[in-house]
Write a protein that binds this ligand. Sequence first.
Ligand code: GAF
Length: 386
Amino acid sequence: MNIEELKKQFVSKYGAGEVSVYFSPGRVNLIGEHTDYNGGFVFPCALTFGTYCLIRKNDKKSFHFASLNVENETDITFDKLTQPIGNEWFNYPLGVIAQFVKKGKTPDTGADLLFWGNVPNGAGLSSSAALEMVTGVAINDVYSYDEERVELVKMGQMAEHEFAGVHCGIMDQFASGMAHKDHALFLNCDTLDYEQVPVKLDGVKIVIGNTNSPHKLDSGMYNKRVAECKAAVESIKPFKPIKQLGELSWDDFLGLQDKIDDEVVRKRARHVISEIKRTRDAVDALKAGKLEEFGHLMNGSHDSLRDDYEVTGNELDTMVEEARKIEGVIGSRMTGGGFGGSTVSLVKDEAVDAFIEQVGRNYEARTGLKPEFYVAEVGEGSHKIC
Ligand code: GAF
């Protein structure tokens, strides 16, 4: 849907008049998975698909949330802004508005909001972060609040914790809020220092494969991994005073791993610490134009997420296996939280058609699910459109 059509929909719903339009993208993470909540490194980039928010202040004491993607809409009065309501989709924008209220930024008057998104839901491409970020950026602007963009990112993350119950790291909101076109964000999730690294992939495309096996980030499995990482930190603390796994180098881990008695917890820590190393190495490889090396590290990332972190599952593993059989595939891995969702592959230009055709056919034959593929363009982070 283009902007003019979106505006027409807004006007037919809320009446004629001025309307502001904002956009926040979904993201694809190239490497650095399940490292963000451990104070490690990530390397995501923004996509060109995302979520639009059309907004206009009204003269009521309530916010009206509607979406062109889902049926149910609602009006939330000012006395109900700080509590989630069931498992409704509007908890994401509501959760962000709650963060403003908590900071003492209580709105003088309400607003009418209309959302539309084209990030496939449950594909592990951050549709929820896009919804949070677009709300934060829109409210901050329309109400002339003065929150820095990085603060809006943190508020989006808090909304996810408090209103969706997912104890996520900061990667998704950061990528959606801060990334630049044609760049990937090399982010230190401990200090929030970051570098915008140009994504120059001569003769190579980023291909996203949606397994269409929806990931369930709120299923509790994600929070379980977060807890397992905390358990690993507790086991190591008596021997080295760390607060998070990201403080350990790979060599530290080799020396300390036997302090973690629980074998599962040890495997989780091994993934996190090896993934942080792979991510740093991958960024160096990309900067040096060594794409084959980058792809090799992507493969290592998937294997570690499969064997040590155990967040892949049959669909993601099958798609990655099929991808790696195609000549011209430089690397392939799951992306995002896992437990279903999407893969990301680097594919030579001349192999893209064969990749989509053959991986699609073989994946469907093996899983019974019809996948979807997107040749990704690296887009711009959250912004006002008009
Ligand atoms: C999800 C989370 F929201 C992120 O914070 C991150 O942990 C990711 O899974 C795994 O890398 O997308």
